[in-house]
Design a protein around this ligand. Structure first.
Ligand code: DMJ
Length: 474
């Protein structure tokens, strides 16, 4: 239990809104505009109970309209498949396993595991996206295994890993193809972004640990190394590589935005989970280059500009909401002030858009892409920064995020995406992305519940919110 200090309100609002805004690095009344209203938060356990209730609201919508399918469409009461149209793999169930566990929803977890054991079949003649399959399916099954100890989940994890491993081992460079047909093994897609090449060392590394077979870890490491070797003399990387020729397909370094974001996140992860010295050295090398060429102070806030990776010349000043997680990685890596500063940047954007737009022009904060796919990244950063630093400000901003979710994303049958966050009322879309079962509610729950089922000191989560270390068996 991490009780809120009586001084919380003072910390955020102080004797005047301006003083508090200054403490948080924001102009004027920016914070009050987030909807916190200046009131103290309810007790942690009350918030946690509410989070679980709202998670169940989303889960029950999925059970009612989409059980066994990949994703629920809660407005129309229908469903859609994520990987291959017409071929469900129960993705939302796989993504939810460890969330159900840490929330103590053991009956629901048992239902989910039962469905997987009786129905999950990877014999599908269709192209599966290797990166998404690894972070969502392999990671989800592994976390489900760690939560339950059920050997069938380990068997399925191994099967999942073996299905995508040839995307790496049959590539001439060791960098993975983008798609694999699960029934035929056919590989396709030869120019992935580097996030798709590097975001696998956690899931593959864990699989090597669980099986004692190093081949998964080695494949991930080979792929990582192949990208790092192609860095420019400035220690910068572009975004897309041809994995057959090894040639870059573009010239822009856009870290930590997609589609390169988790490439850098997993370098830190390779060190944090496996004490891989190369990963740490590479992480430090790229972070130093970011600080030199990408990081800039613009209108009083910290941003990452996009530059030519060979010259360092400015390309653009856009920022994706998906980059908002990066403050927690920086803090993990020892750059706490920079990480907190980048978080404050996004808190300021959140003070102007209660649901963040997918992409902004950071010179004006104008929304370049006005939707929001129920994105968890800003909350992901708050969770990790809170666990690292125990500063109440991350609880308060998370609470605001939760209240805004309830205000804008809630529907009678669950939660849904927003097609336009700039209108009032906001325009809702019709999808509950499966990752929100793995991420949004889990981060909120872990922040406020202080659950004994998670070890806050040693825990480590994947880019998809899967708890790959730190689950404590009940
Ligand atoms: C998730 O699938 C993961 O967080 C991934 O790393 C990037 N984006 C989505 C959620 O926005």
């Amino acid at each position: 239990m991490y009780p809120l200090k009586p001084s919380r309100r003072q910390f955020l609002l102080g004797t005047s809104a301006a003083a508090a805004a200054a403490a948080f690095g924001m102009p004027g009344n920016a914070y009050a505009a987030t909807g916190s209203g200046g009131t103290s938060l309810p007790p942690d356990q009350e918030i946690a109970a509410d989070v679980r209730t709202e998670f169940l609201h989303a889960w029950n919508g999925y059970k009612q309209f989409a059980w066994g399918h990949d994703q629920v469409m809660p407005l129309s009461g229908t469903y859609s498949e994520f990987f291959v149209s017409g071929h469900p793999i129960g993705l939302s169930i796989i993504e939810a396993l460890d969330t159900l566990y840490v929330m103590g929803l053991d009956d629901e977890l048992a239902l989910g595991v039962d469905w997987i054991k009786n129905n999950l079949n990877f014999e599908i003649d269709g192209d599966f996206h290797v990166f998404e399959f690894i972070i969502r399916v392999l990671g989800g099954l592994e976390a489900g295994y760690l939560a339950t100890g059920d050997p069938e989940l380990l068997r399925l994890s191994v099967q999942a890993g073996d299905l995508v491993l040839p995307a790496f081992t049959k590539s001439p460079t060791g960098m993975p193809y983008q798609y694999v047909n699960l029934a035929t093994g056919a590989l396709s897609g030869n120019t992935p972004p580097i996030a798709e090449i590097g975001t696998n060392i956690l899931e593959f590394g864990l699989l090597s640990q669980l099986t004692g077979d190093p081949k998964y870890y080695q494949a991930a490491k080979t792929a990582y190394k192949a990208v790092v070797e192609r860095r420019s003399s400035l220690d910068l990387l572009a975004s897309y590589l041809n994995i057959e020729t090894g040639a870059w397909a573009d010239s822009t370094d856009q870290a930590p935005n997609p589609p390169v974001d988790s490439f850098y996140e997993y370098l830190w992860g390779g060190w944090a989970m496996f004490r891989d010295q190369d990963c740490l050295d590479w992480y430090r090398m790229f972070t130093a280059a970011f600080k030199k060429y990408l990081v800039e102070d613009y209108n009083g806030y910290t941003w990452f500009k996009q530059v030519d990776f060979t010259t360092g010349e400015l390309v653009s000043r856009d920022q994706s909401e998906l980059a908002a997680f990066y403050g927690e990685v920086l803090a993990h890596g020892g750059d706490v002030a920079l990480g907190e500063s980048y978080y404050r940047t996004w808190a300021n954007v959140a003070s102007q858009y209660p649901v963040l737009p997918e992409e902004i022009d950071y010179t004006t904060l104008a929304a370049l892409s006005k939707g929001n796919q129920l994105r968890p990244e800003y909350l992901n950063a708050a969770f990790d920064l809170y666990v690292q630093l125990r500063s109440d400000v991350y609880k308060t901003t998370s609470y605001d995020y939760f209240q805004n979710m309830k205000t804008y994303n809630r529907t009678p049958h669950g939660y849904t995406i927003i097609n336009d966050v700039t209108t009032r009322p906001m325009v809702q879309g019709d999808l509950f992305p499966a990752y929100s079962f793995a991420e949004n509610f889990k981060y909120l729950w872990l922040i406020f519940s202080n659950t004994p089922r998670y070890d806050y000191k040693t825990g480590y989560l994947s880019t998809e919110g899967k708890i790959l270390r730190g689950l404590r068996r009940a």
